[in-house]
Design a protein around this ligand. Structure first.
Ligand SMILES: Cc1ncc(COP(=O)(O)O)c(C=O)c1O
Length: 355
């Protein structure tokens, strides 16, 4: 490309095919629509909004609500256009040419995409053969390669594997690198083990200093279309992100809806519980068919599937995510509504029984 800078010549634009029909289990979205109360509240709010004016660039109302939710100060929070945009901001703010970003493999692909955009070099520590985390191995690698940033996804996308809070603490104690703890799927795990609890405890000052926790409204809160995520960190690290963030980042409508979601977050507990129950049921059923599927604490399952199953799913317009890892094909299936999961099961089990 004529005008594209040399370093980007081999890059391709991010693309995701928009699926209008069928059962969409490929993007870890929520299968549930927004609760009626939240939508009604939003319709009332939009009537009063001055959309001829820019949004509040500091997202004050939402930031205050997040601060209240997690017993932190507003100075500890920044919002972005999806948590994706905050990963971008962090890489942009921190990385100098050649700096190392350490993460695990397989994990969320945008970490390396953004790191490389800003001259970072990715160092991947492979997960164990059962896709669990090995913290000793991570710490050993940190000592060897001295990364500027360590990115840990908890629960990990695409495997669903988790780190215990003690393990996160150990990693923080062993490195001075900035640790980005991506908790995009945390609501499907358990709040007690969140890195946010470290930020809440002033006795952990030396850990807080280099920890950023990332959350999103796109998964458990069913608001992927609104594109909003947030980070929780020390005042200094929030300032750092604000330096590189575009002005008026999140639009007024999304800010209002996200605030309403958070105020009524108890409305989501049932949906979250159902997704976890459905996940466990699907996991057990797939195991019973001798499918190689891995335990998950998220809203998806990671597995190996035969080609005939893939073909049959495609025929039935059931969309799942294929991923290559170490030259082998794996599949990640999001947990859908009960009806969607039943249809998925119908197709998979009939294929296996036919064999
Ligand atoms: C681990 C992880 N982090 C961050 C994101 C980005 O989410 P969003 O930009 O919608 O907040 C995703 C999206 O799939 C994800 O899987």
């Amino acid at each position: 490309m004529k005008y594209l800078k040399k370093a980007y010549q081999n890059r391709i634009p991010y693309h995701s095919t928009m699926i209008e029909q069928g059962i969409i289990l490929n993007a870890n979205e929520s299968p549930y629509p927004l609760p009626k109360l939240i939508l009604d509240d939003f319709i009332e709010q939009i009537k009063k909004m001055n959309l001829n004016r820019y949004p509040d660039t500091d997202a004050t109302i939402l930031v205050d609500e997040i601060a209240k939710t997690y017993h932190l100060k507003s100075e500890n929070i920044a919002c972005g256009v999806g948590s994706d945009s905050l990963i971008d901001c962090i890489m942009k703010a921190v990385l100098e040419e050649g700096d190392i970003v350490l993460t695990v493999a397989p994990t969320f692909s945008m970490y390396s995409q953004y790191a490389e955009l800003y001259g970072g070099k990715i160092y991947e520590v492979p997960l164990e053969t059962d896709f669990s985390y090995n913290v000793d191995k991570i710490i050993k690698s940190i000592k060897q390669v001295n990364p500027k940033i360590v990115v840990l996804c908890n629960p990990n996308n695409p495997t669903g594997s988790v780190l215990r809070l003690e393990e996160v603490k150990r990693i923080l104690k062993e490195t001075s690198a900035l640790v980005l703890l991506d908790e995009a799927y945390f609501e499907f795990y358990q709040e007690k083990e969140s890195g946010i609890s470290l930020l809440q405890d002033e006795n952990h000052e030396e850990l807080i200093d280099h920890l950023i926790v990332l959350r999103t409204f796109s998964k458990a809160y069913g608001f992927a279309g609104g594109r909003i995520g947030y980070l929780l960190a020390s005042k200094e690290n929030v300032q750092m992100v604000n330096i590189v963030k575009a002005p008026y980042f999140v639009n007024s409508m999304t800010l209002a809806l996200a605030t309403s979601i958070l105020k009524h977050k108890e409305l989501y507990q049932e949906n979250i519980k159902n997704i976890c129950l459905e996940r466990e049921e699907m996991y057990q059923k797939l195991l019973s068919l001798k499918i190689k599927v891995y335990p998950s604490k998220s809203n998806f399952l990671w597995m190996k599937l035969d080609e005939n199953i893939i073909n049959e799913l495609e025929k039935n317009q059931i969309y799942i995510r294929k991923m290559m890892y170490q030259n082998e094909k794996y599949y990640r299936i999001s947990i859908g509504s009960h009806e969607e999961n039943e249809q998925l099961w119908e197709v998979i089990s009939s294929c296996v029984k036919l064999n």
